[in-house]
Structure formats: C-alpha cells, structure tokens
Design a protein around this ligand. Sequence first.
Ligand code: AMP
Ligand code: ZN
Length: 466
Amino acid sequence: MKIYNTLTRKVEEFVPNNKECVTMYTCGPTVYHYAHIGNLRTYIFEDILEKTLNYIGYNVKRCMNITDVGHLTSDSDSGEDKMLKGAKREHKSVLEIAQFYTDEFKRDIEKLNIKWPEIVSKATDNIDMYIKIVKKLLDDNYAYISGGNVYFDTSKLLDYYKLTNHKVDDMVIGVRDGVEEDLSKKNQADFVLWFTKSKFDSQELKWDSPWGIGYPGWHIECSGISIKNLGEYLDIHCGGIDNIFPHHTNEIAQSESYLGHKWCNYWVHGEHLNDETGKMSKSKGEFLTLSLLENKGYSPIDYRFMCLNSSYRKVLVFSYEALNQAHDSYQKLKSKVKKLNRNNNEKLENDKILEYKKRFCDALESDLNTSLALTVIYDLLKEKINDSTKLYLIYDFDKVLSLDLLKEEEKKIDDELLKHINEMIVKRAEAKKNKDYNLADSIRNDLEKKGIILKDTKEGTIYEIK
Ligand code: AMP
Ligand code: ZN
C-alpha cells in the first residue's frame, strides 16, 4: 500500500511497526459546536484509510480524542477556550455542551457510515497522563515555567519544523495568526503545555497540578491519549491539513522529547473542503452541517459519494451544483445495482473476482484513489459477467466504500399518506366505473408526482413507492 507521508513529502510504501496490528491515531472534534461538512470530509477519508487497511488484511487499532478542554480560539494558544465560548453562547455548562455536541457528532458519523474508532477518549479523562509528560519534559529541560504557565522550549530541537515544508519565518506563531505575542515565552514558537494563567479567568474546568490549578494545552492531549492507548511507536497519525502546524508539529516535539525516540512514521493529512467564499468557518452564522444538507433533501451518503469522487489530497470546493451531480450519479449507480438479479444461483466467476479485486485494491493502494475505485465498479457493471459475481464483488467493495450499494432504500410512508393513497385508489375506481377517465388519469398523475405508482392487476389496484 502506498500513501503520501507529510513527514517525508513523498508517496511511500506503508510498512507497519508490527504486521499483526497497525496503530492509527486520528485527531477528533472540538465539541463546542456541530461539525461542519469540511470536518466530516476529514473523518470520511480517515474511515476509508482504516477500512482499506482492513481490506488488505491488516488489523487496525484506532484511537481518537474528543477535545472538551484546552483548544483556544486560535490554534496558537491564544484567545478564549472554544468550549467556554460554546457554553456561553448557549447558556449551558461546558460539560453539557461537550456531551450534547459529542452525541451530535456521533450521529453524523453514523449517518455517513463512518466506523466509530475502537478507542475514543475525552481530553478531560486523561489529565494524569498530561501531568506525567509535562513533569518529565520539565525534568529533562525541554520545558520551562514562565508567567505561571509551562511552555515547551522549541529552541531545544534542531528539527522542530520537520513536518512542515514552510520556511521557519512563515510558521512563527503570532505572525501567522496575527495575534499579540505572549511575552512569557522564550521563543516565539514555544507553546503552552499547562496553563495556570489565562486572560480568561472564568475557565470552568481546572485541575490541580504541580504547577498550580490549571488546565492542559490543546496539543498535549493528543500526545497523551495516543501514547497511553497505542504505545510509544505509532504507525499512522491523521488529521486535516490545518493540523500540520502548529498542532501536529507540537505533538511531535513534545512526544519525541518525552519518549526519547521517533514516535510516528506516517503522517497523513486530508485537504480541506472549502465553500465558494473560501475557508469554512463556524463563526459566520449558519454554516454547512450534515443536518442542513438533509433538510434540503440530500442524504448523508450523497455527500460521502461526493467526497469519494475526489482525491483526499485535493481541495474540494462545495457547491449545491456539485452535490446535485453527486446525488444524481449516486442514484444512477444504485439503480444499476438494483437491477442485478439477486435470486439466481449462477456460479461465481472466480477469474473475474480475482481480476476485479486486484483492480479495486490497486486503486486504493495507490494513495487511496477512491474515484478510481468507483470506476472499477462502473466497469464491472458494464462487463458481461453474471449477476451473482457482480453482486458478490459489489458487496465486497462496499466494505470499504460504505455507500450502501446493496441496501434497499427504506420506503418512507406514514399513516397519513397510506390513508390518502387508499382514498385515491377508491376514488379512481369510482371514476373509472362512471367512465370519468379524465378524473381517473388525473388521480394517477397526481400520485405519480409524489412518487407513488399505481398498477392495475387482476387482484385490483396496487401501488409502488419510488
Ligand atoms: P476541529 O473540530 O476544529 O478540531 O477539527 C476536526 C477535524 O476537521 C480536524 O482533523 C481538522 O483538521 C479538520 N478540518 C477542519 N476544517 C476543515 C475543512 N474545511 N475541511 C476538511 N477538514 C477540516
Ligand atoms: Zn490532535
């Protein structure tokens, strides 16, 4: 399997530390608001990566954090705590906000057929681990206390910027974010490991520590949760590209200084989904959520399908036009699959199974080329192969793609509609009896517009819902 590694800036052959079990860490949501569909694009690509690894035979142990403390409104340790901001906005406590948006996030994940990671851990449940790491970093002189906070000293590392290919000057915190500089830091790039002093005193969640009552920095949470659950040697660490700096850069700095050796071999980042105005944001009033798309009549899988049609490494610009196109293509694909005969017992064509499985694997193994993997399905549907073989392969491929290709749509029908259909069938029968064919036709047409198809059979009129 070949995958692009941000650390080496190359597409590389994936070789795990231990073939028996691949370890994978993915940065989770900051649960102060709904996830926007950009965030969800990242979770879709991570899901494809995990399922591809499973498909080609690896066992994957995956861990994700839930950020419920410590992520400030700027990624560079400045501004207000996002959780506190969310709590104030909704006149609730931080814990209530965290629980509510974690549940909402989980619902989005399920709707998109994303597998919930095996280990999911809340930032607030691992305070002991962060304290242990920070203590050691202080003992080993990688960290210092200043102005009441504990900072990581980036000048101690020669390769602090190894994950990014940007020039050091572009990456200096404060310059990038346009925020005022923290005068307690020794070096501009230093970052907070533990806060006891903040301009925003009303921080709700605080813990005792050897450095005073306070709370952890954002970056330490991922290092702590990952090392605690997946051990000292990590195979893959994922996130969106905005995480490369400062978040992942800082995770590497503190983890490797703490462990005394290289920590993670493959850093895999997903490009962003932008809206037509540019970067997606949650601060601009109504923003693009999965529920918003559902309210407009799209299914979550339309969106998953749209994401899989592009490379995870390319910027994707969201538009309703693009989503409409995805919706139409997805429906067409589903209806082609639906036409396959599920009730025959034709012998499976093993040579074709091998050929198509290879093509499917080749596509995914070349840096998760999901659009090529979809082309393999289109080619399969076109070729003269028996339906049993096609169905077998589609079932198999959908273990990775998770597009519900074989799932029959639930027929949404409520009691009101049922009553209405039956009344119309009776009314139409009467109209026909009275030779009022215009009325009979108009009843049929009205129902058809609602997706209800009437069929006259020997046993009477029946209906089908499209
Ligand atoms: P957050 O909840 O802000 O911590 O972000 C959750 C995940 O979404 C992280 O992996 C981010 O890198 C990722 N992310 C943030 N914005 C976008 C975007 N516009 N498109 C894709 N992924 C994003
Ligand atoms: Zn993280």
